[in-house]
Design a binder for this molecule. Structure first.
Ligand SMILES: Nc1ncnc2c1ncn2[C@@H]1O[C@H](COP(=O)(O)OP(=O)(O)OP(=O)(O)O)[C@@H](O)[C@H]1O
Length: 474
């Protein structure tokens, strides 16, 4: 896979960073041999014997993740991996003041308070999907991971401004770096996921997210600056990220009109460029959805939330299908496929493109079965000739209502007599090809990036001319 023109090859920085972070000394016994065989940009230290690759796995659309992706990282107690900007622990004053000030965007008041372990609620929000993902490589994790945090800065160096959001794996705060005065996002890792954390000391999804995000370097991927520790018992772990004012979910919820075609193209290009970087580096995101796409008032879009992300390679290994939030989950996963590829992300991209164009979710299923029915009602019920192998999926036995036609064009017409959003032939071709039921026929990220829709008028809007939005209130 060749990198996007105009970008420094994403492979090189990742490789360089990894070799810097994981010197040979840090590898476990037996890993060196594997590393020497490996010429490709994979985290060498995570390779298993049976995962030694002779050729780039991107040749195959199907792959399996590196099961050991985070497990060996746990044994590495080098401080440099965890602190990009400073190796010196600095224990600043604990902020206890209560004050009000306006946000960077000029409106809204935010209370300033001390960061403490009490900030995090015990709300159980770990979905069964996520628990299942944990099971994938629980067995491969060996030792507690807290020693990796040695040398990390204290969270007391940050002044918490307001809570931005709370997701399954963490609470995200807007905060200010006391030293640089920079506004950042702090994602506090929830430590009470399940048995796993009790045994190993650190949630696997979070380790995975931190590992991948620290290794990535791309304008369309949220930048994690460092990992800091602190809180009441000095046990809390926070990711310090660049702060973006919005996420796409919030923007779309508050927007009265859909994005214009040129705005959709601008957002899609950025999403695809970020995803191209990931797929080139053998990473499947596995949870692309509007709330995981951050946006700022400079028209930038960045992919975040890598809790579900995985590196993959050959040979194929069975894998959980319980990933990707249901509305954006592709039919092969809903049907029970255990082997899947980067194509799962491309389906999510198709759903996101449809939502950007129409301002409403394309397949808002209420259950997995309903999700499949909604998909088939629009795209047609598959059979062996449309999708070879379809009937052998575990969940293909269900009786789906027969829909012999693809009805997608009805939802995205070329002409509208009521002034609604229209989609050109090329635009429809891109959307329809992203939403191919058969993952083997689905567009790859490179094919999508090179699609003619991006070259026809209206051209993608420049980021500088993208609309800005007022800050959301929390
Ligand atoms: N760097 C950031 N800047 C601004 N807001 C952010 C940032 N990172 C995350 N957020 C906000 O916090 C929300 C939750 O973050 P994230 O998705 O990383 O958490 P999570 O616990 O993994 O969520 P999920 O429940 O989707 O798995 C995002 O939807 C976004 O609104």
């Amino acid at each position: 896979m060749s990198p996007e023109p105009g970008y420094v090859s994403p492979v090189q920085p990742l490789e360089a960073r990894l070799s810097e972070k994981y010197p040979v000394d840090d590898l476990e016994e037996g890993q060196l041999e594997e590393e020497q065989v490996m010429q490709e940009p994979v985290r060498e230290s995570f390779l298993e014997e049976d995962q030694v690759m002779q050729e780039p796995p991107m040749k195959s659309r199907w792959g399996s993740p590196k099961e050991e992706f985070v497990s060996h990282a746990d044994n590495i107690s080098r401080t440099s991996r965890w602190n990009r900007s400073s190796l010196t622990p600095e224990c600043g004053e604990v902020m206890v003041s209560e004050e009000h000030h306006s946000s960077g965007s000029g409106s809204g008041y935010h209370s300033v308070e001390k960061l403490s372990a009490d900030d995090y609620s015990d709300r159980e929000c770990c979905s069964s999907d996520h628990v299942e993902v944990e099971n994938e490589d629980r067995a491969s994790l060996d030792q507690g991971g807290m020693n990796m945090l040695l040398g990390s800065r204290s969270v007391n160096n940050f002044q918490k401004l307001n809570k931005i959001n709370e997701g399954t794996y963490g609470i995200v705060y807007r905060a200010r770096d006391e030293k640089t005065k920079e506004i950042v996002a702090l994602k506090k890792i929830k430590m009470k996921e399940d048995r796993f954390e009790e045994e190993y000391g650190f949630p696997l999804t979070s380790l995975r997210e931190i590992n991948i995000l620290l290794s990535c370097n791309h304008p369309s991927i949220v930048n994690v600056k460092e990992v800091v520790v602190g809180g009441k018992n000095d046990n809390d772990v926070y990711m310090v990220m660049e702060h973006l004012e919005h996420d796409l979910r919030g923007v779309m919820d508050r927007k009265k009109e859909p994005f214009s075609t040129s705005e959709v193209k601008c957002l899609m290009m950025q999403l695809l460029e970020g995803l191209s970087y990931l797929h080139t580096n053998w990473i499947i995101h596995r949870d692309l959805k509007p709330s995981n796409l951050l946006m700022n008032n400079s028209g930038e879009l960045k992919i975040c939330d890598f809790g579900m992300a995985r590196q993959y390679g050959s040979p194929i290994k069975p894998y959980t299908q319980m990933v990707i939030t249901q509305w954006y989950r592709p039919p092969e996963l809903l049907l029970g496929a255990k082997e899947y590829s980067t194509a799962v992300d491309m389906w999510s991209v198709g759903c996101i493109m449809a939502e950007l164009l129409s301002q409403k979710p394309l397949f808002p299923g209420k259950s997995e079965l309903d999700q499949l029915q909604k998909i088939f009602a629009v795209l047609g019920t598959p059979n062996e000739s449309i999708w070879p192998g379809f009937s052998s999926f575990p969940n293909a036995k269900a009786k789906f209502p027969s829909q012999p036609y693809n009805m997608l064009r009805k939802k995205f017409p070329a002409i509208s007599f009521v002034g609604g959003q229209i989609l050109s032939e090329r635009g429809f071709d891109l959307l329809n090809s992203l939403l191919s039921l058969d993952p083997e026929k689905r567009l790859t990220v490179e094919e999508a990036l090179n699609h003619g829709w991006f070259h026809e008028v209206p051209l993608p809007k420049s980021k500088d001319f993208m609309p800005t939005y007022p800050p959301k209130r929390c």
